[in-house]
Design a protein around this ligand. Structure first.
Ligand SMILES: NC(=O)c1ccc[n+]([C@@H]2O[C@H](COP(=O)([O-])OP(=O)(O)OC[C@H]3O[C@@H](n4cnc5c(N)ncnc54)[C@H](OP(=O)(O)O)[C@@H]3O)[C@@H](O)[C@H]2O)c1
Length: 241
């Protein structure tokens, strides 16, 4: 039986690249998306014949619960969970509303709940598994106009570190991959002057490609059995950790 990898937010950007890289390592892909159904189908069909789609808004716990049931029906196992889905609401502390703050923070509840539910399968049915959380360099450096987003991303790394310790001796590795400035829709929307300022802080002198993040995720998923509870930075030298 092929090992199963679930990737959240797999319809585009870094998540789509992760689906393709994991399929290349022999994983059967369960691709979660929220609204981009056409894109999700295209990526899934490029991943091989037996993948499956999981439509769910991860900010909604009922939808996460339905997705967990769907995974059980479609695959019955989860060897790798990549918590990639994310969005950033950009506004300063002076201009952001309470509703926007709550919307940004709601994603973390979904991630925590999905991990909690998937762990039952990893621990009690398989006695093995890998959880890979996509955090961000900004959770370490901070970023103006993104306070709740950076709070969420540091929380991802805290989840990684605490969970790895909580799962001590359970043969489940939990790690974060923290991308820097990557060429996806999330960064396309930034104003040119902000992009230029960020580019000047990257020793590599360019943005990263989604595939350059995905290859690290694929390594952790397929190998990396003695890497646990840590954050791997993929940022062209922008920040060393
Ligand atoms: N790009 C960067 O420079 C960068 C840097 C550091 C970290 N990251 C992190 O990397 C991850 C992927 O970013 P990206 O740049 O690839 O972003 P992206 O191109 O905007 O793609 C985001 C993906 O997340 C999905 N998504 C968003 N909200 C969701 C929700 N509530 N439930 C389910 N799926 C949801 C989207 O699906 P739909 O289209 O279907 O809504 C889409 O597939 C994010 O966690 C982001 O914070 C990105």
């Amino acid at each position: 039986m092929r090992p199963v990898a679930i990737v959240t937010g797999g319809s585009r950007g870094i998540g789509a690249a992760c689906c393709l890289a994991l399929a290349g390592e022999g994983f059967r892909i369960g691709l979660n998306y929220r609204s981009s159904g056409d894109e999700a189908e295209k990526i899934l069909s490029a991943c091989g014949p037996d993948g499956f789609l999981l439509k769910a808004d991860l900010a909604d716990i009922d939808q996460v619960e339905a997705m967990v049931k769907d995974i059980k029906t479609q695959a019955g196992r989860v060897d790798v969970l990549v918590n990639n889905a994310g969005y950033s609401i950009n506004s300063t502390i002076f201009t952001m509303s309470m509703e926007e703050f709550d919307r940004q923070r709601s994603m973390m509840r979904g991630v925590w709940y999905l991990v909690k539910r998937v762990l039952r399968t990893m621990m009690f049915r398989q006695s093995s598994g890998k959880i890979i959380n996509i955090s961000s360099v900004t959770g370490h450096t901070g970023n103006p106009g993104q306070i709740p987003y950076t709070m969420e991303k540091s929380a991802m790394d805290a989840l990684t570190k605490s969970l790895a310790r909580e799962l001590s001796g359970k043969n489940i590795q939990v790690n974060s991959v923290a991308p820097g400035f990557i060429d996806t829709e999330m960064t396309h929307i930034l104003p040119e002057e902000i992009k230029d300022r960020i580019l000047q802080s990257i020793p590599a002198g360019r943005m990263g490609k989604p595939e350059e993040v995905a290859e690290v995720v694929a390594f952790l998923a397929a190998k990396g059995s003695y890497i646990n509870g840590t954050v791997i930075h993929v940022n062209g030298g922008m920040y060393g950790g």
